[in-house]
Design a protein around this ligand. Structure first.
Ligand code: OGA
Ligand code: MN
Length: 220
């Protein structure tokens, strides 16, 4: 049995993840929790606790050109009520993923993110495929999960997640034969994709854009 999410079509979406490597689930959390998480970002930002994100691969001065968001790493041991709702749903999701896709996911790392007006994140991948013989005993990002917190987001607001679909299995799915898919960051929407497979970018928006990004980790 699949665990109960708010999302009506979660089983269907999880099979899409198996088949195509990505999926989109709407209504992943109750709206009250989404609102609370968005308010937490505003509050953290007001007391200067959201910090400029780094990419880890380039000099700090170049980071800003690559990504314009500020982030705040979450700690499950020190979670707010709304964050606990998130962690609980993610735990259910992780166990479903492990049960149905045998992924061996054992942990989650997550951060809140705030993109100011006009900020984006240039085309990138969340994990590079690494030579397995050189890296041992290391946890790596297996699935990227982005939960959007933007109430009343309109099409004209921009800020889409652009997911590049250059996969072999695009051949089997006519809807995937387009080169990329633009996904609007609407409130309660969770996008999941394989971290080492999909290049993606965040398009600039004309409103501040909020999200909670999580990565399920697996052992290399
Ligand atoms: C990231 C990322 C996408 C988004 O944080 O690595 O690609 O839509 N986020 O926020
Ligand atoms: Mn990314």
């Amino acid at each position: 049995m699949l665990s109960q999410y708010l999302a009506q079509n979660s089983f269907e979406q999880l099979s899409k993840l198996t088949e195509h490597g990505f999926c989109v689930m709407d209504n992943f959390l109750p709206n009250a929790s989404i609102l609370a998480l968005a308010n937490e970002i505003s509050a953290l930002n007001n007391v200067a606790k959201m910090h400029e994100a780094g990419t880890g691969q380039v000099k700090v001065s170049l980071n800003k050109a690559l990504r314009g968001d500020s982030i705040y790493w979450l700690n499950e041991l020190d979670a707010s009520a709304a964050q606990l709702v998130y962690f609980k749903q993610m735990a259910l999701l992780r166990s479903d993923l492990n049960q149905h896709l045998y992924l061996g996911l054992f942990a989650l790392e997550s951060h809140l993110a705030l993109y100011p007006i006009g900020a984006g994140y240039k085309k990138h991948i969340d994990r590079f495929k690494i030579n397995h013989t050189r890296v041992t005993d290391q946890s790596v990002r297996q699935i990227s999960c982005i939960l959007y917190l933007n109430q009343g987001w309109l099409e004209d607001d921009g800020g889409e997640l652009r997911l590049y679909l250059n996969q072999d299995d695009a051949i089997n799915a006519p809807e995937l034969t387009i080169k990329h898919l633009d996904i609007a960051p609407i409130s309660g929407r969770l996008v999941m994709f394989l971290s080492d497979t999909f290049y993606h970018e965040v398009l600039p928006a004309n409103k501040a854009r909020m999200s909670l990004t999580g990565w399920f980790l697996t052992r290399q």
